[in-house]
Design a protein around this ligand. Structure first.
Ligand code: HEC
Ligand code: HEC
Ligand code: HEC
Ligand code: HEC
Ligand code: HEC
Length: 203
């Protein structure tokens, strides 16, 4: 990893604040300083890598917060006494896919009578009859077959086993509560004496 040629020019500020380097301008310095130059450049490069790393880490943690079009709150809605199946209609219909709610589901309560300023964003979708572009966080590859009817319906497994406790979720889902892996599917099947034949899941 070599720092770019104009590295001193751009990052004098950072170097200056750091505990390691002398103030800006002296790093490349001539005379007696020459011997330490490469060492200081290395320190400087390390600091920049750390700063970039910290910035990227902060960004990667913040980015998903805006990844759903509406700041939906499961906790508030479940506190009203709603069932999962009243919004995830695939559960009510006994389908393989639970499905993310369409705008009609929200329109039942967030139509023009609702004047809460915090729900304006959702009323705009309702009045324009525009689909809400929710992003799916949970998914399996095309070569895997998974069915909610089988697990939540016939198997009567609690949603929380695979999705965590949604009654505590105050912000949209940004990551899988239990990461979907083949090992996890097989582990539960093994414990509950359900088939682990390749062809049951890979059809
Ligand atoms: C059964 C009625 C009902 C349905 C259906 C419903 N909501 Fe709500 N929603 C409410 C009520 C009541 C509040 C106000 C809760 C509060 O302020 O404590 C609310 C509040 C909100 C808020 C503001 C949240 C906040 O933090 O203040 C948003 C955003 C929202 N709903 C989005 C949706 C979306 C999106 C849907 C469809 C998937 C939906 N709602 C479906 C009743 C409903
Ligand atoms: C045994 C684990 C398991 C249980 C139990 C489970 N799910 Fe899922 N859920 C999954 C998997 C795996 C996916 C991804 C499936 C896919 O892409 O086909 C998923 C996807 C979803 C999705 C995304 C939309 C969709 O249709 O793919 C929603 C919403 C959802 N589940 C809600 C629920 C609800 C509500 C319950 C309880 C009634 C529930 N799930 C029970 C494993 C589970
Ligand atoms: C009032 C409607 C409503 C109810 C009731 C509701 N959900 Fe949701 N659910 C949503 C909306 C809207 C989203 C997409 C935004 C988000 O992630 O919060 C969603 C997303 C999810 C997801 C993430 C799916 C994915 O792949 O993105 C899961 C899992 C989920 N819900 C599970 C549940 C469970 C379990 C229950 C019942 C305990 C439940 N939901 C009740 C509206 C609802
Ligand atoms: C928490 C436990 C659990 C997890 C996790 C789980 N399953 Fe299951 N699975 C079950 C149970 C229980 C049944 C049997 C349900 C019934 O029909 O009574 C089942 C049944 C099935 C079936 C039907 C099997 C047959 O007899 O043909 C398939 C396919 C399947 N699961 C796929 C998956 C996949 C894919 C995953 C991972 C993404 C997964 N399961 C994760 C518990 C689990
Ligand atoms: C209970 C369900 C289930 C069973 C049984 C199962 N798998 Fe999988 N398998 C999955 C899921 C879910 C994935 C995707 C998630 C992942 O890659 O971990 C997957 C992924 C894979 C992949 C792709 C891995 C990759 O890195 O892309 C292969 C290959 C595979 N399975 C082979 C098998 C073979 C061979 C068997 C039988 C010995 C088997 N599976 C049995 C659920 C299952």
């Amino acid at each position: 990893m070599t720092p770019p040629a104009d590295y001193h020019k751009n990052d004098g500020q950072r170097g200056q604040k750091s505990a390691y380097g002398p103030p800006n301008g002296q790093w490349a310095g001539g005379g007696g300083k020459r011997f330490y130059g490469p060492v200081l450049v290395l320190y400087g490069a390390a600091i920049i890598v750390l700063l970039l790393g910290a910035a990227f880490y902060a960004y990667s943690r913040l980015a998903p917060a805006g990844s759903q079009p509406i700041a939906y709150n499961h906790k508030k809605h479940l506190a009203l006494g709603l069932e999962c199946s009243s919004c995830h209609l695939g559960i009510a219909d006994g389908r393989a896919h639970a499905r993310l709610p369409s705008v009609e589901v929200c329109a039942a309560c967030h139509s023009s009578e609702d004047e809460n300023p915090r729900t304006k964003v959702i009323r705009d979708y309702v009045s324009g009859n525009k689909p809400i572009p929710w992003k799916k966080i949970y998914g399996v590859p095309d070569h895997v077959y998974f069915s909610h009817r089988r697990h939540a319906g016939l198997g009567k497994l609690d949603c929380a086993l695979c999705h965590g406790d949604m009654s505590k979720a105050e912000a949209p889902v940004t990551k899988q509560a239990e990461k979907i892996t083949m090992a996890r599917c097989i582990d539960c099947h093994h414990k509950l004496k359900v088939t682990t034949d390749c062809i049951a899941c890979h059809r």
